[in-house]
Design a protein around this ligand. Structure first.
Ligand code: GSH
Length: 226
């Protein structure tokens, strides 16, 4: 077991990207110290550790900083190279998992922000754009991982489950704080995969509480309480 101070996570409790890293560390049973950053007044240490992006999360392991959540997840999986693994062993399977994690980060997740920030017709349009991308995601995952929940690796959430679940396990909080963003009728596959994730103890114990997330979304995006 690592000494506590050997692994330090600079983050904020509500950041999807930071939750990913916390989930991976918890899944692997790695002890770590958590430093809560104020994103409006970032610490000197954070800026030193991530001079390029100046963002959380940063994982500092034995004094070496690692930035960018997807890079950090791979580092954790490689350094603590014991079960449960996040990524599959087979290079072809690993490539597919990485491909869809990148699609999620580069396309799907950014498509949700215009929904939060708009209203009326613009919001309807933004929901359509997001839904089209979600369809591509669902169909691609069904094709690449036939007959199984693509968010699991064995009995546990894998790399993709952690990437997607850190945000999507809170989708009901977004529904409440903003509006229904994902139509459960149109996206039965996604909703059922997320339900399986939410049922896993890793997610049950570590995804922030619904009411706390609703309040934070309203505060962060200046959404008045209705
Ligand atoms: N691509 C980055 C995104 C990290 C990110 O956007 N972090 C946000 C918090 S959710 C942040 O630190 N924002 C502060 C800022 O932009 O100044 C990752 O995967 O780690």
């Amino acid at each position: 077991m690592e000494k506590q101070s050997e692994v330090v996570l600079f983050g904020t409790w509500f950041s999807t990207y930071c939750i990913r890293v916390a989930l991976a560390l918890k899944l692997k049973g790695i002890q770590y110290e958590s430093i809560e950053e104020d994103l409006n007044d970032k610490s000197e240490l954070l800026l030193q550790h991530n001079p390029v992006h100046k963002k959380v999360p940063v994982l500092v392991h034995k004094g070496k900083p690692i930035a960018e959540s997807l890079v950090i997840l791979e580092y954790i999986d490689e350094f603590w190279n014991k079960t449960p693994k996040l990524l599959p062993e087979d290079p072809g399977e690993r490539a597919k998992v990485r491909f869809w994690a990148n699609f999620y980060d580069q396309k799907l997740l950014p498509s949700t922000y215009p929904i939060i920030k708009s209203s009326g017709k613009d919001q309807e349009k933004a929901i359509e754009v997001c839904s089209e991308l979600l369809k591509v995601f669902e169909e691609g995952l069904a094709r690449d991982f036939p007959g199984k929940c693509p968010f699991f690796h064995g009995d546990n959430p894998g790399y993709l489950g952690i990437v997607v679940g850190a945000n999507s396990c809170n989708y009901e909080a977004f529904n409440e704080a903003v509006r229904v963003m994902i139509d459960p009728e149109k996206h039965q596959a996604f909703v059922s995969w997320v339900a399986a994730l939410k049922d896993h103890p890793l997610m049950k114990e570590n995804i922030p509480a619904h009411d706390k997330v609703v309040a934070k979304i309203r505060d962060y995006f200046n959404i008045p309480q209705v």
